[in-house]
Design a protein around this ligand. Structure first.
Ligand code: GLC
Length: 422
């Protein structure tokens, strides 16, 4: 081979390896302020390595509803509409931004068929398949296995049992100090509180949030009783600051060893088992407690990834989404981040099963999970959920003795809103 041909070949090979003209930087949301890429950082790094492309993470606010506001603003404004390439989406609000998202159908080559059908249906709109599922969530009860054993207490099946055990173990563990509590959960104003409310309403009474005629009637004796009961926990078995805790601050509270029970999402499991966790080997997981209205059922949640239709690199962005939602990456995140796969095949995978009975519990929880009423409330869901959680948070944090004034004014407000259509 002539020298020139050899040189040309070397340049061509170098070009193919570094592909300067083709290597792009994608802007991706995959985490919150403080840990901008935390959900998918290692998966993304593997993709960068394999493709030569780069990813820059943009952090989202902590609360899911604020994340939605941020995305709506960025995707809708002409000046910023092409700034993001790949976006993380809470299952509950894909329909609020789906008009800004690319139809992934052209890029998947049927990959969506390996996910649970119902999860794919959630992401299908008139404009096509707008997102792929990253992981699935269900509300769970975490408990300190070591402390229940130490005090000879069973794993509670009902709220009543939980209340008794929480009070007894809390008193015994405090031993003169006041910084150990029976129960933590996310009761700050936000979507997490709505999730807890839906669970309490289904087990303790007062639900469903939307009746068969599509009406929201909250000022009922059952819901008043449920809210009084929850309020009675605050300052007795739950810390007063519970009304300021979101899922992550509640998790930290529990992980610092300051509570016996915690209602939270599956991700809390793997964090409690890391090598530097004070709770390693001491935590158990079960379904949320039941009550007079029936067995405990966790709320269904989960997250997706979509591509901004205005992205300058739609094909590359879709490739990243396919990578993040792939079987290999879901398996990795199931093993190391307890993110529940959205693929049925992974629930029977021996590696996933071998971790513990965790995924079996989660799988059972997912089968019986309750949905929030977003299908019924359509475009109004976010508003209804936000005002409901705000007002309940005010009631739980405040001194108002009876919830009926608050519930009644919510009913009036929502009935007026419904007249214009959900
Ligand atoms: C979890 C769920 C999500 C829910 C959120 C509320 O992340 O997966 O669906 O909206 O919690 O805080």
């Amino acid at each position: 081979m002539s020298l020139i041909r050899s040189l040309l070949l070397v340049v061509a090979l170098l070009g193919a390896m570094t592909s300067p003209a083709r290597a792009v930087e994608l802007v991706v949301t995959c985490g919150t302020i403080g840990s901008p890429g935390n959900f998918c950082e290692s998966s993304v790094r593997r993709w960068e390595h394999a493709t030569g492309h780069r990813v820059r993470f943009v952090p989202l606010p902590q609360q899911t509803t604020e994340q939605l506001d941020f995305l709506r603003l960025s995707l809708a404004q002409p000046e910023t509409s092409s700034d993001l390439d790949v976006v993380l989406l809470d299952a509950i609000w894909i329909n609020f931004v789906q008009q800004y998202l690319l139809d992934l159908g052209a890029f998947t080559d049927g990959a969506e068929q390996a996910h649970f059908q119902a999860l794919i249906d959630t992401a299908r709109f008139e404009g096509g398949l707008k997102a792929l599922p990253l992981w699935s969530d269900v509300g769970l009860l975490f408990y300190r296995r070591d402390l229940l054993e130490k005090h000879g207490a069973p794993v509670p099946r009902t709220w009543e049992e939980l209340e008794t055990i929480a009070a007894e173990v809390q008193a015994a563990e405090r031993n003169g100090q006041s910084d150990f509590w029976g129960l933590v959960f996310e009761a700050s104003a936000g979507e997490g509180l709505t999730c807890n409310l839906v669970e309490w309403m289904s087990s303790l009474g007062g639900g469903p949030m939307v009746d068969d005629d599509g009406a929201v009637i909250l000022d009922t004796p059952d819901l008043r009783a449920t809210l009084r009961r929850v309020k009675s926990w605050i300052g007795t078995i739950a810390p007063p600051e519970v009304t300021e805790l979101n899922n992550e601050t509640a998790r930290r509270f529990f992980q610092e060893g300051r509570a016996l029970f915690m209602r939270n999402w599956p991700y809390a499991w793997s964090l409690s088992q890391t090598e530097d966790s004070p709770l390693r080997g001491k935590v158990g997981v079960t379904s949320v407690p039941g009550g007079a209205m029936g067995p405990g059922r966790g709320v269904h949640g989960g997250w997706y990834m979509g591509v901004n239709a205005q992205s300058h690199n739609p094909e590359i962005a879709a490739d990243l989404v396919l990578h993040l939602t792939s079987q290999a990456e879901q398996l990795h995140r199931a093993l190391f981040q307890s993110q529940n796969p959205t693929r049925p095949a992974l629930y029977v995978d021996p590696d996933v099963r071998a971790i513990s009975d965790f995924f079996e519990i989660v799988y059972d929880g997912l089968q019986g999970a309750i949905n929030r009423p977003n299908a019924q409330l359509r475009q109004s869901y976010i508003h209804v959920s936000t005002v409901f959680a705000d007002r309940v948070n005010g009631y739980l944090a405040g001194t108002e003795p009876d919830p009926s004034v608050m519930l009644n004014s919510l009913d009036v407000h929502l009935a007026r809103m419904r007249r214009r259509g959900w």
